[in-house]
Design a protein around this ligand. Structure first.
Ligand code: CA
Length: 421
């Protein structure tokens, strides 16, 4: 990657989307057409149109217009070699010195749109969804709250990336608002459960990776080959109802306290774009089993933020964390997911688990920030929060920055609406 490269499209210095990013999303145009796009700065690039205009004809493997689709699944299934070739074509075509499209008014008008003219749709059709639990700070905090300091981490936690299978139907794109869930809860001072709207609504600051390759039953993905199967990453707000969760989760794990909604950022940032921001994973002690031992830099230095905005109120930054804090990296997660021979499919989504860090302002959930409600968070409008109130908006942001290059994920935005009657 040339970190100094500039595009002929305008990119503001604080933009998440320089020419080095080239994320993929699915957009709806003013004409209601739905297709695969990328973006540079605030310009959305219609890849289906670029294909029709012949700009990808050098890539022989692209036999049909995989961008003329309402999901990225067809393009992702083409594999890493094709992903790289498409990225190379775009990197060249939008270089500031390349006049091919820059000076072709007719083609430019057909292929380029301002971000304000389009709406983002869910970028992939998610097949299976796994939610890991890979932040040692988060697992420790929750363990202390529910089991005490001595038993904070379960005996398995440092030996395998703990996870569960979640529900994919309710994974939605940023801008989709979610109703507060209803369900069973058991108040601490009562013997029997009650039914009603959750009183302990929470977010979880996570990132998710998406697989663009597939395996057959019985196949195992080696930890150092795992990135060959990973297309890219998004921000992931795993909404959680703590009171429903606390009553239902023993012995089989999270269920309805989690499955009512998770909100992703609309642009998938590829591992090619994140490559420049690799970093070492945390030291693992005790040593993990050989199938989980990864080599090289398999973690990514991605700054993360959570903002809480009350209705008609200003934004309050309530959490700053980083993807690099994760104890288990994405390669280890995918190696573990497939070690039993479970097959992997194109479009599967794997969330990290809440990404907390060592300091109190790094905590990635209200549960931890308010320490189970015992330390309310003060907001700038004079109110406070133990958990999320109706009509609060949760905004997650993420970006990498090094040597003057900034590559980001945009936002995951979700407003919590009152429970439906
Ligand atoms: Ca989660």
């Amino acid at each position: 990657m040339n970190i100094k490269q500039k595009s002929w499209l305008d990119v503001k210095s604080n933009s998440d989307f320089p020419i080095q990013n080239l994320p993929y999303g699915v957009v709806q145009l003013p004409t209601k057409e739905v297709l695969v796009a990328t973006r540079i700065g605030d310009v959305v690039i219609n890849l289906a149109k670029l294909y029709d205009l012949g700009y990808f004809k050098s890539i022989q493997e692209l036999e049909s217009n995989v961008f003329d689709s309402s999901t990225l699944n067809s393009f992702m299934s083409q594999g890493r070699a094709v992903w790289s070739k498409v990225r190379k074509v775009l990197t060249d075509l939008f270089d500031e010195n390349n006049e091919t499209l820059r000076d072709n008014d007719a083609n430019r008008t057909q292929a380029l749109f301002n971000i304000s003219e389009v709406s983002n749709l869910m970028p992939v059709e998610v097949g299976d969804y796994t939610d890991f639990y890979s932040s040692i700070e988060h697992a420790t905090n929750v363990g202390i709250m529910f089991r005490g300091k001595e038993n904070a981490l379960m005996p398995n936690w440092k030996h395998l990336p703990v996870g569960y299978h979640g529900r994919s139907s309710s994974i939605v794109v940023s801008g989709t608002n979610i109703h507060r869930p209803k369900g069973q809860m058991k108040p601490a001072h009562q013997d029997l459960p009650v039914f009603g709207a959750s009183k302990l609504m929470d977010f979880e600051l996570e990132m998710a990776f998406i697989t663009g390759g597939q395996t057959q039953l019985g196949d195992t993905i080696l930890v150092d080959n795992a990135e060959d199967y990973i297309f890219g990453m998004v921000l992931f707000n795993d909404l959680s109802a703590r009171d429903i969760q606390a009553w239902e989760y023993v012995p089989l794990g999270p269920f309805l306290g989690k499955s009512f909604g998770s909100v992703v950022s609309p642009w998938i940032v590829t591992l090619d774009a994140l490559d420049y921001f690799r970093t070492q994973s945390p030291q693992q002690d005790p040593e993990v089993l050989p199938y989980l031992q990864s080599s090289g830099e398999r973690s990514f230095d991605i700054n993360l933020e959570v903002i809480l905005q009350p209705e008609n109120g200003v934004e309050n930054l309530i959490c700053e964390s980083n993807h690099k804090y994760l104890y288990w990296n994405i390669s280890q997660q995918l190696a573990h997911q497939s070690v039993n021979g479970c097959n992997i499919n194109v479009g599967d989504m794997y969330a990290s688990g809440t990404i907390s860090g060592p300091k109190e302002n790094n905590y990635g959930s209200m549960l931890e920030l308010s320490w189970r409600g015992s330390k309310p968070i003060q907001l700038s409008d004079g109110t406070d929060r133990k958990f999320i109130s109706d009509n609060d908006t949760i905004i997650m942001k993420g970006h990498c920055e090094k040597n003057g290059l900034r590559i980001g994920f945009g936002e995951s935005v979700c407003k919590i609406l009152p429970a439906k009657q």
